[in-house]
Write a protein that binds this ligand. Structure first.
Ligand code: G3P
Length: 217
């Protein structure tokens, strides 16, 4: 499973990237706002840092304007994936941009039918939002499973990018189902390392080691 980090915070990306935990980055207008940075500048810095796909989202709502914005964003670096919303206009933009050889991430997906449309429009990635479905008492993970089944039924190559991941359990479940990629905030990725039995076991080993009176260095 590929790990994308869902942030526009350079330091957080760099820290995880140094550990080999970053296969790509996703941003959106809310994350750009949170970073307080200029979209073109910060996206360029992220692209310089990370080898994998870096999603940058258009904000126009009509296809022609989305395509123009997408081309501008794509000009930042070769590893840009232009992010478009799953609207009819977004699908038109996806078709045109992917036809030009551009990676496209279709975002704000909440149904298997939307995912089918994105695949047919040539999306590189489809981003189903797990957490936001859970927020309204639906089952985000069921959507990931349904898309996996449907894409496999027909051999669609669009990668399932599990998004709006809020917990370590979301990551494990998406991996079990076979999502190609997950994108999560840095804190969730770092929390994957935590286990109370690891902490407890380490504490016991260190206590015993202290009793030996030995040193390794
Ligand atoms: O990848 C999409 C993500 O940024 C949305 O997450 O937590 O705002 O639903 P959230």
């Amino acid at each position: 499973m590929k790990f994308f980090v869902d942030t526009a915070e350079i330091d957080a990306i760099a820290e995880l990237n140094d550990l080999g935990m970053v296969d790509g980055v996703t941003t959106n207008p809310s994350l750009i706002l949170k970073s307080g940075r200029d979209i073109l500048e910060v996206t360029r810095e992220i692209c310089d840092l990370v080898d994998g796909p870096v999603s940058a989202e258009v904000v126009a709502t009509e296809a022609e304007a989305m395509i123009a914005e997408g081309r501008r964003l794509a000009g930042i670096a070769d590893n840009i994936a232009v992010k478009v919303p799953l609207t009819w206009d977004g699908l038109k933009a996806c078709k045109v941009l992917s036809g030009e050889g551009q990676m496209v991430n279709v975002t704000l997906c909440f149904s298997v039918n939307q995912a089918l449309l994105a695949a047919k429009a040539g999306a590189t990635f489809i981003s189903p939002f797990i957490g936001r479905l859970d927020d309204i008492n639906l089952d985000g993970m069921e959507l990931i499973a349904d898309i996996r089944t449907v894409y496999d039924n027909y051999g669609f190559e669009t990668e399932i990018l599990a998004a709006s991941i809020r917990s370590v359990n979301h990551v494990a479940e998406a991996a079990r189902i076979g999502a190609d990629v997950m994108t999560a905030p840095p804190a969730v990725i770092k929390a994957l390392a935590n286990h109370p039995l690891t902490d407890k076991g380490l504490e016991a080993f260190l206590a015993d080691w202290a009793k030996t009176g030995q040193k390794i260095l």
